[in-house]
Structures are given as structure tokens and as C-alpha cells.
Ligand binder design. Structure first.
Ligand SMILES: NC(=O)c1ccc[n+]([C@@H]2O[C@H](COP(=O)([O-])OP(=O)(O)OC[C@H]3O[C@@H](n4cnc5c(N)ncnc54)[C@H](OP(=O)(O)O)[C@@H]3O)[C@@H](O)[C@H]2O)c1
Length: 224
């Protein structure tokens, strides 16, 4: 399967690429093709040096629009503020069958701590902004909000955490469930409709405040 990562040069993008290249062809996307190529080369070399025999996929890089055309799954690994402009660029090129994943957390920070932008500023959840800006896409899934980039990129550790998944599409739910299960120690927990995504997104600023005040290192969430 071809998994494209828009904004794949960021920390989360690199983590997804490294975790999934064992079984899939990863297309790292960037606004700058050369930056994407360099990131892909560096990530693939790093991972091949350690896990050479286990890797059946590849990591390559290209501009965001080119990778969007080819991807079976497309992750929007970009800041909340850039959803509209990015979706405008890709909405007419993604295939009808493409599943789009949003790990996006609308989060800010002020003197009191981290906060969830949609509550403070009366805005929509990230998943709802994605849906609004990709009107032809019926396969949008929201997931991976509470996973720390640091842990995602460290392949020596098992994540030992849950990730909440929201979608209106059964086929995409099954696909993303299997992608979550490919990440060691990560368990998918289905929350329901895409419109409920705010319930997952809001947990990230909560985790960061808890981490800061209680000296917890990159904590995640697990239902017990
Ligand atoms: N970091 C975490 O631990 C974490 C955890 C859970 C969820 N998330 C969410 O996952 C997403 C990605 O996180 P991240 O930390 O990897 O983000 P990031 O490093 O801040 O940004 C990721 C990429 O977005 C692209 N980008 C930056 N400005 C842009 C713009 N104006 N227009 C289009 N693209 C732009 C950049 O790629 P190019 O410059 O190459 O185009 C950048 O490498 C975010 O929405 C975040 O809320 C993060």
C-alpha cells in the first residue's frame, strides 16, 4: 500500500514513515520537493541500518501534490492553521478511494498552560475543518492525537498506549485499525463518528499540562 504523508518532514511524519515502512511504500510530502527527498533518504538510511532484513517497503519523497495523487492513504501531518490552504491544493488530485487521516491537534499555549483552540476560540475541531475542506472525500479518519512524536520515532520502544479513532466510513475504519495495530504497543479505540473527533483532540493539551506539572516524560493515554 502507498502511504503519503503531507508535512512528512515534521516529527510526527518521520515517526509514521519509520513505523510503517516495514510493510508499505511511504511517500514523504513537503511543500519543498528537495526537503522531502532529503528527509526520505535520511529516514530510510537510518531504518535500513538497524532493521535491514525486516523492511519490505520503501521511503521516498516528493512535493505534497505529487504524493497526494499516488497515495492509497494520506496523512495530513500539518499544523491546524494550515488545513484550509493545504486541502485546497490537494482536494482535486486525491483518488476517490483514498483514506485521509487527520492526527491534527488544534492547540495553543498561554500563561496558564496548553489549551484546545476550538473551545477557547469557538472554532471547529481539526477533523471537521478537514471534512469541510475536502468535500469530495468520504473516507476521513481522525486518529493518533495523543501519541508523542518522541515515542513514535523511537522504534526501540513499544508505545504501550491507546489511540482514539473517529470516522463515518467502515472500510476506512478497518484500514486504519490495521495500520494502528502495525505499531507495536498501540491499541485502536473506536470513538464513533468523525464529528466526535474533538473528544480525542482535546486530550492532547490535557496530557501536556499533566506532563508539565507532574514531570511525566511523553505520557500517553490507555483505557483500563
Ligand atoms: N508532535 C507531536 O508529538 C504530535 C502528537 C500528536 C499529534 N500531533 C499533530 O500532528 C501534526 C503534525 O505534528 P508535527 O509536530 O510533526 O508538526 P510540525 O513539525 O509543526 O509540522 C509538520 C510539517 O507541516 C508542514 N508545514 C509547516 N507550515 C506549513 C504551512 N504553512 N503550510 C503547509 N504545511 C506546513 C512542514 O512541512 P514542509 O515545510 O516540509 O512543507 C512541517 O514539517 C500536527 O497537527 C500536530 O498537532 C503532533
Amino acid at each position: 500500500m502507498k502511504i503519503g504523508i503531507i508535512g512528512g518532514t515534521g516529527g510526527m511524519g518521520e515517526g509514521f514513515a519509520q513505523r510503517w515502512c516495514f510493510n508499505h511504500d511511504i511517500l514523504i510530502g513537503s511543500r519543498d520537493k528537495q526537503k522531502a527527498e532529503a528527509s526520505a533518504k535520511e529516514n530510510f538510511n537510518n531504518i535500513k541500518n538497524i532493521f535491514a532484513e525486516k523492511i519490505r517497503g520503501t521511503i521516498s519523497g516528493d512535493d505534497n501534490i505529487s504524493i497526494s495523487k499516488e497515495s492509497d492513504v494520506l496523512i495530513l501531518s500539518i499544523p491546524y492553521e494550515n488545513i484550509t490552504s493545504t486541502c485546497k491544493d490537494i482536494s482535486n488530485v486525491i483518488s476517490d478511494n483514498c483514506t485521509v487521516i487527520s492526527p491534527i491537534v488544534p492547540m495553543g499555549r498561554n500563561e496558564k498552560g496548553f489549551y484546545y483552540i476550538p473551545i477557547e476560540d469557538r472554532k471547529k475541531s481539526a477533523a471537521m475543518v478537514v471534512a469541510e475542506n475536502l468535500p469530495n472525500c468520504s473516507k476521513i479518519v481522525s486518529a493518533f492525537h495523543t501519541i508523542s512524536e518522541v515515542k513514535l520515532k523511537n522504534l526501540k520502544i513499544s508505545l504501550d498506549a491507546d489511540t482514539f479513532v473517529c470516522t463515518d466510513n467502515k472500510e476506512s475504519l478497518s484500514l486504519v485499525t490495521s495500520l494502528v495495530n502495525e505499531i507495536e504497543g498501540l491499541r485502536p479505540i473506536f470513538l464513533g463518528a468523525l464529528s466526535l473527533s474533538y473528544q480525542a483532540e482535546v486530550m492532547t493539551p490535557m496530557i501536556l499540562n499533566a506532563s508539565k506539572h507532574n514531570k511525566l516524560k511523553h505520557p500517553g493515554i490507555k483505557l483500563v
